[in-house]
Design a protein around this ligand. Structure first.
Ligand code: UD1
Length: 419
């Protein structure tokens, strides 16, 4: 097992380049199941969730090649095992994204139920109900979803709740369904737009991209394509908060500032000077202590739940008091007890954290619990006085490509050491 050792108190400075988006890469890799020829994906990040997705696809009978330029060429056109086993699914809930494509292309799928996770129960009822509305027969038995359909048929899907992966699953399934599917109350995250742009390149007929109503006209077949994954807005947001929390100044290249509008507004409110130019974002705190900002998470285009933990760390050392309210996941507060161990003054009241900013945190031995909670502990460690160690860094490797290398290049003192 590896841990990160961070000597805090150094303002970050320098320039880095963002990685490709994790939450785009995963659905797009699963979309390769729909194609009759190989799909080449450029700008795919080196992350354990991407490796898990490729392993799942390989177990199903797909083949892939990592090209010398870093792109991944996946041929999922001839699957011979239409199932996803618990051992892999339990490590990555996004495995549920194989359900829609397998059902649409092959008429059957057997997928382990993902189960709960550290941040909440995270059911898949919306995925299953919508697939049934497209004509699938679904049975849940012994922890597995068994789905089959002779032919999916387009329908109007009214989601009761906005869900990112449920929207993606149904969009993918509907591309090969007979007739028209209309999805109302669709999620509008930029990663869904990225998936749709790739599906269109593969031959899908989809309109309403980026809105809450999507219309998909089913087609007979889809082919492979070459597609470049969009930048990872959550990775970019995390490094911007890292700069803000340490009073530093950094520039990030290869981003899409428009996808980060709310996050950039909150950072500006916290006292950061932000300049965007083309695909570059620069943030400067000029050594200032950040000011607290109130946060309430909600579906895109509102404040992302995947940035909540990082802003809680920022508020922990910011000037004055604030509240952080989580409305998407009921238990996304695993970072709070760890931040308290560093001297933070935070109180959890229902789904709201009341943050009374302290002047500084002190280094401590911490346990990473889930992906974004772990990121917030790294940020707190970068700002804290003394040394912080973070155990179970495999959570971070799911979503942050070469995190310690990037932070080191910004001047941080951070090492990955083996226990
Ligand atoms: C995706 C992202 C994750 C992000 C989340 C919210 C990927 C791979 N993951 O997760 O990083 O934090 O969106 O932006 O893209 N729900 C149900 N029933 C369902 C599905 C969801 O009740 O069938 C609930 C969830 O428990 C949650 C809410 O809907 O309370 C939204 O979750 P959802 O958008 O589905 O999250 P994911 O797609 O799993």
């Amino acid at each position: 097992m590896y841990k990160l050792v961070i000597k805090g108190g150094i303002p970050l400075s320098g320039t880095i380049k963002s990685a490709g988006s994790k939450n785009s890469s995963l659905p797009i890799l699963f979309a390769s199941i729909l194609a009759d020829s190989p799909l080449t994906l450029k700008n795919t990040p080196y992350l354990s969730d991407v490796s898990t997705t490729l392993r799942l696809l390989m177990d199903m009978g797909a083949e892939f090649v990592l090209e010398s330029d870093g792109s991944v060429c996946v041929d999922s056109s001839k699957l011979n095992n239409l199932s996803a086993d618990y051992e892999l699914v339990k490590t990555m809930r996004a495995s549920i994204l194989s359900l829609g494509p397998m059902l649409a292309k092959y008429g059957e799928a057997k997928i382990s139920l993902p189960g709960g996770c550290a941040i909440g129960t995270r059911p898949v009822n919306l995925h299953l109900k919508a697939l049934e509305e497209l004509g699938a027969t679904i049975m849940v038995k012994n922890g597995y979803i068994y789905a089959e359909s002779d032919n999916l048929v387009g329908a109007t899907i009214d989601f009761d709740q906005v869900s990112v992966t449920a929207t993606e699953n149904i969009v993918m399934a509907a591309t090969l369904a007979k007739g028209t599917t209309i999805i109302n109350n669709a999620a509008q995250e930029p990663e869904i737009t990225d998936l749709i742009n790739c599906l269109k390149l593969m031959g899908a007929n989809i309109s309403g991209t980026g809105t809450s109503t999507l219309t998909i006209e089913g087609v007979e077949t889809l082919s492979g394509a070459t597609y470049t994954v969009c930048p990872d807005r959550i990775e970019v947001g995390t490094y911007l908060v890292a700069a803000a929390i340490t009073g530093g100044s950094i520039t990030i290249k290869n981003c899409d500032p428009k996808d980060l509008r709310v996050v950039l507004d909150k950072l500006t409110d916290s006292g950061a000077n932000i300049v965007t130019e083309g695909d570059t974002i620069s943030l400067s705190m000029d050594g200032k202590r950040p000011t607290s900002v109130n946060i309430k998470t909600s579906a895109y285009p509102n404040f992302p739940t995947d940035m909540q933990a990082q802003f809680t760390a920022l508020n922990a050392i910011a000037d004055s008091s604030s509240t952080v309210t989580e409305t998407i996941f009921e238990n996304r507060f695993m970072h709070i007890p760890e931040l308290l161990r560093m001297g933070a003054d935070l109180t959890l009241e229902g789904n709201t954290v009341v943050c009374r900013g302290v002047k500084s945190l002190t280094g401590a031995n911490l346990m990473a619990t889930d992906l974004r909670a772990s990121a917030s502990l790294v940020l707190a460690g970068l700002a804290a006085k003394g040394t912080t160690t973070i155990d179970r860094v495999y959570h971070l490797d799911r979503g942050y490509e070469t995190i310690e290398e990037k932070l080191k290049s910004l001047g941080a003192q951070i090492e990955r050491v083996q226990d």
